[in-house]
Every structure is written in structure tokens, then in C-alpha cells.
Design a protein around this ligand. Sequence first.
Ligand code: AMP
Length: 561
Amino acid sequence: MEFKELGLPKDILKAVVDLGFSTPSEIQEKAIPVLAAGKQDFIGLAQTGTGKTAAFGLPLIQHIEFEKPETQGLVICPTRELCMQITKDLAAFAIYQANPNIVPVYGGASISDQIRLIKKGAHIVVATPGRLLDLLNRKAIRLKTVQRIVLDEADEMLNMGFKEDIDAILDQTPEKKRVWLFSATMPGAVRRIANNYMKEPVEITVGRKNSVAINIEHRYYMMKERDRYHALKRLLDYYPDIFGLIFCRTRRETGLIADKLEKEGYDVVALHGDLSQAQRDAAMKKFRERTVKVLVATDVAARGLDVNDISHVIHYNLPDEIENYTHRSGRTARAGKTGKSLILVNTREVNRIRQVEKLIETPIEYKPIPNAEDICEKQMYALMDRVVKTPIDNEAIDRYWPVFYEKLKELHAEEIILKFISTELNAFLDYYKGSGDLNAAQEKGSRVKGREKERGRFNRNLSGTKTRFFINLGENQHMNKGALVRMVCSETGIESYHVGRIDIHARYSFFEIDGEVAPKVLSKLERGVYEGKSFSVSASQEKEYPERGYKRKPGKKKKHY
Ligand code: AMP
């Protein structure tokens, strides 16, 4: 099908050509004829990345009478990011209209500037619910003349707790209006909005409900909890060309993981609610411009994130609300591209994989966590690719050529290649020295295909240290492993994966802590009270224990990608 068969006027078709859209996407093909005719309410079940902005945006522009200054269109969406993106898209669709005025209003920016823009006469207002309600309460905006309302990403808005705001807004819109609702999923709460505010809507689904794009490969990896971070690093190393998102469950975890990765030389940036708006904007800018290759984010912060060509979505932890898996993985494989959604689970979480499989109605493949050999191989291939693609600047080279030549003339071409490869490879071998197999065995009865419990090649040389602590609490004081981990983490603020081996005895216990956070543990936990009994903690004098995984050597900080 072609755009010109969808019932859009010429000036809008011209804008479509300018945008380089050659054929309509599925949602556009199905939605535009209904919305262009303009007579019915509409529900479109579609993910981001399917072209839904144009599916509602093009017909919305068509219905606006730009010679009238009043507000005729209202788009409500969950986040500031999406609000700006939609505004930009609508402006592009309206390029051949006379003086289109499309105003975004969202929280975290000056409300008086927004009021000024609205006062100038906005044909379409694109708004986040909280800010729009604020403007309505201040009587800075009136919705009496609105004829068409788009609720974009309705499920996300309800997830974010905007239900009451949306009700309050819709209650202030004229009785006679069209509502166009778009949502990736159709939970009961969205259905209720539809029932309350829409009349006999036409409902169109692109793909299945709750579905994720078919061109996403879903995989899961299983490790012990304490190896989660190391497993993540292996995935990042295994995909040197990644342009991806890592999802964490909390702001704290997001900040922590991003910090650690950054310190270890990975190109990452964090995006979460504890950052200021300016910091979030800066993070988004870096990611969008690909100055960094990986964005570590919470579900909430990444809502409405609209970046194309994301190659991987990594779930450092699965979301508490399993439905959010659909939103997370929908960030990849947009606009017909392919993508990978990689999940890290510990041995006790494997049943959650089944829940996700049920939700997305797609099997998730078990994959072993890459070992040192796999990673070195991938890194080498990536290096070769980069080398082959690197253009030669003859002029610049000429200057240095005599020196190069003098130094290398005794070596054969083959030897030069070998040395060149080794320069990179040695760094990786060194880095992965002592790295074991991080794959944890599956629970009995669950299915595993592929390699299980495979040993890494470089197991012999263990490096990195843990500090062993002594605490004068044991079984007699009701201390057990779980209680000890909880106490250490809550008292010191360290993450549980920093806690290693624990030995509980009758009246005392030993526990290991990653060397890097050990001083913190000692300073914060030297003395305390546990279930009414005072205790003291001291560094054990026995010996230092090698860490299970690998550890980068000091001074060997290597830039990745
Ligand atoms: P959306 O789902 O609206 O966020 O769109 C996802 C991406 O697909 C955006 O970058 C659009 O510019 C692009 N896009 C939308 N419709 C088409 C189309 N018909 N042909 C090519 N690209 C499109």
C-alpha cells in the first residue's frame, strides 16, 4: 500500500515524502484511513517504534484549521522526552501548513514560558498529564475548543500513576470530541479509560496484545547472585558493537552499576530519578549522539525514550512489574530493525523467565554466559572489522613513515600482523586471566540446552582479593547467612554481591567482602547491636582470599568498545 491511498491531503503527503517515508507501516496503514475520515473514536494497540506517531500525527494535522488560533488538538503522553519528540514530529508533518503552532508542555521546565507560548495561540498542545493539569488549575489553558485528543502510551501513563490526572483532564474536555488512544498493552485500567471516555471505538491491533516485536531475540543467562555484575560485564565485552540499554530495578542500583562500569573503562551513562533534569538531559544527549554506547536506566527514567537503532536491551534485573518487560524490550528492534533482549537471572529467579515467556507468548532461549575465549574471539573479530574499515590518511602517514619503516623493516608482514593482534589480545587475555565460568547450574527439572558448567580456559591464575571478617555472632545468637548479608548490606549500604563466602559457627562467624568496599564495612560495622546483643567486627587475620571471578589489574584500565 502507498501513503497516497490512505486518504491524506496533498500538503501532508508532501511532508511525508520530505521525511523519506516510502511506504506506510502496519499501524499507519490500518489507522490513518479511520483517523483521516475523522468520525470515530479509536484504539490502536501498538508499540513504540511501529510508526504510531505518524499514524495519529498525520491525520491530526489534517483536521486542524490552522487559520483559527484556538487549540483544536491535544496529545497527552507520559514523559517529557516523548512530549518533545511528538512535538518535533508534528512540526515536521505540518511543515506545509500556514504558521502551525504546536506547543509542548511538560514538567521540570519553566511554566511561565509555557504559559506565554500557549497564550500566543497553540493549535495543538502536546502535554504530560501533571503539567497540563497544573496549567488547567491555573486557568492558563482552556480545552473547550479541543476536538481531538490523543492519549499516547496510555498504559505507561497509568503505570506511572497518572490515572487521576487523566480523569481530571478528560473531564474538562468538551462532550463532543474524538479520543484516539494508543497503548502497547491493554490492561484493565486502560480498558476502563476507554469505556469511560470513548464511544464505540474502532480497535486495531498491530501484532499481538502485550506482544513484543517479532524481530527481537530474547535470551536469558543464569548466574549466582554474587556474579551478576561480572556476568553483565561479560555481555558488554561479548558485544563490542553494542549500542544499548541496561535496565536496573532501582535508582540506587542504576547509579551504582553505572559508576562501577564507568570506573572500569566502559562507555556508559546513568539515567534515573535522583539526577537533576539538567543531568538527565546531558545523559540523554550523550546517548543520542552516541558519545556513550550504553545507557543504564530505571524503568521510569527510560519511559518515552525514543532512540532508534538500539541493538541490545539488557535486563540487569527483571522488572518488579513483569509487564514492563514489554516496554523495556520494545526499545530495541524499532522501525523494522532487529535487536536482542538479554536477561540476567539467578538460580532462584528462573521461574520469572516462564512468566515473561507467557506474557510475550514467545520462548526465551537459555544461553551460557560467554567465557574468556568467546569474548576474546569476539573482540578480535571486532578489531579486525575496525582495521579493515579504517581509512588511510596518506598525507599524515607520510610524515611518520620513515620512523615506522626503520622500526619495523626487520619484521615479516606476517609477524607484524601477529604482533599487532597480540597488542590487543594480550590485554584481553590478561584481563580475563583467572576468570572462571559464571554459569550457575539450573534447578532440577528446568530445561537447559547448551553448555552447562563449562570451565573457563584461564581458571588457574586467580587474581583479585576479598577481605575476610570476623564477627562475634553465630548460630547461638540466631545468626544465619541470609541475616548476615542483610545486616551487612543495610548497615553499610554495600550491595549483596560484594559479600562472598560466609561461615557460620556456634558463637562467631566469618564473612568475605570485596576488597574495594572492605574499608567501608569495617568503618560502619565495627560495633553494633543485633537482636539485643552487642557485637564487634574485625578483619580476620587468617589470610586474603582470591576472588572467584576476574579482576582487572591496577593500572590496566582498558577502554572498551
Ligand atoms: P514511532 O513508533 O512513531 O516512534 O516511530 C518510530 C520511527 O520510525 C521514527 O523514527 C519514525 O521517524 C520512523 N517511521 C515512522 N513511520 C515510518 C515509515 N512509514 N517509513 C519509515 N520510517 C518511519
